[in-house]
Design a protein around this ligand. Structure first.
Ligand SMILES: [Zn+2]
Length: 298
């Protein structure tokens, strides 16, 4: 039996390449992923999809300023007539959660053909950054291309005008599932306080950084013998400088609790609450993230 071994996972690390005006986030999920998936009994294509979505939520959530308690990143995919009808993930202060709603019969009919358009049909992805203090901005992109990562790249280049490259990988092994990803962006000269005249996807620094980033393999991202710092070092050790920021450990986190739902439901008028009651006189509320039902006696 294996003793506990640091898989360098359930961590989010930020780094910058100052001489290239690039910033990046790298993440690896291990136990957190298994905890989130264990609340559900998803078939492999859905497990794969949610694994990638959680990696993306962590990477994009990692761009939020860590000093704001109520900063949150939410990623929501919706479709009109997709096999997957809903996918939601969010990230807040190092906590991740997510779930998927899908039609099991139609999924079984798809067989191996489980690309984005097969899963989502006509779908779109909404990415919402809540940056704290009630500030919020959202971008919506169509779910096209081969992966959720591609859709997120499109969000950054179209909605935010920031050249962005994302790599994500996941796999299953005997001890569960592991997933990882890397996001890197080119911030145009000056970034804060200076007007950006235009977005250049062909800036020489960005071309260089994106080629180096694209060279990362799925095996390197998922290799449990490599720390996240090791992966960054392999890719960028020839740069003038790599600034690694303090890491953030990640956890599965949901805000559902009897107290939370009691406070929500108690805002409804008495007659509406009566209409919600089951035969036992209690009000049942489901948390889709946790696949749990809370029975409230209020
Ligand atoms: Zn929950």
């Amino acid at each position: 039996m294996e003793t506990s071994h640091d898989t360098f996972a359930d961590k989010l690390l930020g780094f910058t390449l100052p001489s290239r005006n690039a910033r990046a986030r790298i993440v690896r999920l291990d136990r957190v992923l298994d905890e989130i998936l264990s609340a559900h009994d998803y078939p492999p294509p859905i497990t794969h999809l949610l694994s990638e979505a959680l990696v993306l939520a962590a990477l994009m959530g990692g761009l939020l300023k860590a000093d704001s308690d109520d900063a949150q990143l939410t990623m929501q995919a919706q479709t009109r007539d997709g096999v997957v009808s809903l996918l939601v993930c969010d990230y807040r202060g190092g906590c991740l959660r997510g779930y998927v709603d899908f039609d099991a019969d139609r999924l079984a009919d798809l067989g191996a053909n489980s690309g984005l358009s097969a899963l989502f049909g006509q779908g779109y992805l909404a990415i919402t950054f809540e940056t704290g203090g009630g500030r919020r901005y959202q971008g919506i992109v169509p779910l096209e291309g081969d992966s959720l990562s591609e859709a997120c790249q499109m969000y950054f280049s179209q909605s935010e005008q920031v050249p962005t490259l994302i790599r994500a990988a996941s796999s299953s092994n005997s001890s569960g599932r592991i997933a990882a990803g890397l996001l890197i962006q080119h911030l145009a000269d000056g970034e804060v306080g200076r007007e950006r005249l235009h977005v250049r996807m062909d800036h020489p620094d960005w071309e260089h950084v994106s080629i180096m980033t694209a060279s990362v393999t799925h095996e390197e991202l998922l290799d449990q013998n490599l720390s996240l710092e090791d992966v960054v070092w392999r890719l960028f050790h020839e740069e003038d400088g790599v600034r690694i920021q303090p890491g953030q450990s990640l956890a599965r986190g949901c805000r559902c609790s009897p107290a939370h739902y009691t406070s929500v439901i108690s805002r409804f008028p008495e007659d509406e609450r009566d209409a919600m009651r089951g035969e036992n006189g209690k009000i049942a509320v489901d948390c889709a993230f946790c696949a749990r039902t809370f029975e409230l006696a209020i």
